[in-house]
Design a protein around this ligand. Structure first.
Ligand code: ADP
Length: 201
């Protein structure tokens, strides 16, 4: 299956991406994770991306689109994939469609995790990662940057919801609840309900 996971920062995309990809037995491909790995490894790509990420802005499409095209051409993505954090603009979505068409492929479904903004701000400001046994805040989880990321999401990424709706690919998922509850809703939307229950609807 080829699936895109959409949703604002703080909606739980990263967590759900790992779990859902595990169930579907496809790689979870996160552009944010690829960028962060490159930033900490101080690669050329990381150096180019860092300033944008720290400001809460999108990394330019020239950089991002080529990176995703290369990643999707790797052998493990032949069986399918779950994309987390890409596309984030209509231009990226158009590029994705043509990259997939070149491979004779298309998307099967787009899952949008829906959470109200108040809850997002609450989750993000309390979020911590563990690095070398220490709890640290992600550089772009600082309050000013969180506000900017939400604004970028509203302006540039939210329009993808209508874009995919028009193609009949969109399923909106209520992302309030436990990780398991949200995963169960997602699996149902993918036509793969858990515990072997037939899909009621
Ligand atoms: P979140 O969804 O919590 O904002 P991500 O880990 O998906 O976090 O992304 C972190 C940052 O990486 C973004 O704010 C942006 O700077 C950059 N980034 C990730 N994916 C893309 C993309 N598809 N296009 C442009 N920039 C991206």
């Amino acid at each position: 299956m080829r699936v895109v996971l959409l949703g604002p920062p703080g909606a739980g995309k990263g967590t759900q991406a790992q779990v859902i990809a595990g169930r579907l037995v496809v790689p979870a491909i996160s552009t944010g994770d690829i960028f962060r790995t490159n930033v900490s490894g101080q690669t050329e790509l990381g150096k180019e991306a860092k300033a944008y990420m720290d400001a809460g802005d999108l990394v330019p499409d020239e950089i991002t689109v080529a990176m995703v095209r290369d990643r999707l051409a790797e052998p493990d993505a032949k069986v399918g994939f779950l994309l987390d954090g890409f596309p984030r603009t209509i231009a990226q979505a158009d590029q994705l469609r043509s990259s997939l068409a070149d491979l004779g492929q298309g998307l099967d479904r787009v899952l949008e995790l829906v959470v109200d903004e108040e809850e997002l701000v609450r989750r993000l400001s309390g979020r911590r990662m563990v690095v070398d046994g220490q709890e640290v805040q992600r550089e772009d989880d600082k309050p000013e940057t969180v506000r900017r990321r939400l604004e970028v999401y509203r302006e540039q990424t939210a329009p993808l919801s209508g874009f995919y709706q028009a193609q009949g690919l969109l399923s909106q998922i209520d992302a309030i609840g436990s990780v398991e509850e949200v995963t169960a809703r997602a699996m149902k939307a993918l036509g793969k309900p858990e515990h072997g229950q037939p899909d009621a609807g």
